[in-house]
Design a binder for this molecule. Sequence first.
Ligand code: FAD
Length: 381
Amino acid sequence: MERYDAIVLGAGVIGSAAAYALAARGQRTLLCDRHAFGHDRGSSHGGSRIFRHAYEDALHVRLAVAADAAWTALEAATGERLLQRTGGLDLGLVGGGELDPIEAALRAVGSDVERLSAAEVRARFPAFAPDDDVEALYQPSAGIVPASRAVAVLQRAAAAAGAELRDRERATEVRLTAQGVEVDTEHGRVGADRLVVATGAWLGEVLPELALPLHVERQQVLYVAVGADARAFAPERMPLFIARGTGRDRAGGIYGFPLYDAPNAIKISDHQGAPRIRLDERTDELHEDRAAATIAAARRLLPGLTGRLTRYQTCLYTKTPDERFVLDRHPEHPHVVVAGGGSGHAFKFGPLLGSIAADLALDGATEHGIEPFALARFGAA
Ligand SMILES: Cc1cc2nc3c(=O)[nH]c(=O)nc-3n(C[C@H](O)[C@H](O)[C@H](O)COP(=O)(O)OP(=O)(O)OC[C@H]3O[C@@H](n4cnc5c(N)ncnc54)[C@H](O)[C@@H]3O)c2cc1C
């Protein structure tokens, strides 16, 4: 049986980052994924993800600031530019109260933020035409991470640090002992002193004994064509945005990007309301009604958008009940780390979550305040 210091199961953003962090700390590391590297069956694929500090609580703002440094360090280590800062807008109704906790949390941590009226948004960012009863927070630190490319960069960095990478190799059984772990994969048995389980929507399948209260939603992202004059949609002129139900019809919240990974279309989506699915029932069909509602809400905010769908992609959200991550040691096997429950917002923290997983696996603790991500909150410990 081949033996490693550490095995990481799952090569999404979290597992790839954990493998990189473990290998960089001198561990003989194996990273294993059930699908081909770069696949589109999980949660970490696609052209873009939002990076932002803006959260409603200081804990996540602090972690986002630490993640900012982690992305910068990854860029420096690999020579790859990953985080393109476009700035970010959070839009809400004047007096609606949604922006207040975000602004307070950003200010408490010392992250730059400006409050703008609808008129100021229209003047500074001509793609946007919010109604007068809308206001916004602008954060210059927000930007876009190229999701699939960033995961590939993490995997290359892991390999360069000495990790062994195997794809199309599903872990079929995990045996945890006092001494370490044994993992049966489709191609044989491997052993290690430490294990990081970062299998995204399949976390419960790999560690059923934890009875994690996760559910999976199937999300869809839409690429919608811009009009003939696309200048206002350029990433130098248009920040990414999260609109919290600000259309004239008060449509549900949507988010979107400037032109980035498609030359003539911007990516938009809704964050809430995706259907819960069972993984064995997944389909990749477009939900036409939701798409129409998302496009309609986006066109009210961005009148230069044509409304023509050029393509769409599906992706999985793996949600915990409180939408906070799971990042903890196994209650009975402290050499096993569980990292996931991304709940639709983990990508931005990827390199940080990977290095915290390595801290937990190697040191049993981390300097980052991650108590809210403990397994014990589910009654599992
Ligand atoms: C549409 C969409 C938009 C999003 N937008 C944002 C955003 O703008 N900003 C942001 O911060 N976050 C965003 N997120 C969330 C973020 O992308 C996810 O939280 C994050 O990618 C989760 O990563 P993961 O590594 O936990 O899971 P995954 O990427 O799913 O990785 C898990 C891996 O484990 C593998 N695996 C499963 N079972 C096994 C097994 N038995 N053996 C071996 N391997 C196994 C899978 O094949 C998979 O590759 C978005 C998510 C979606 C779906």
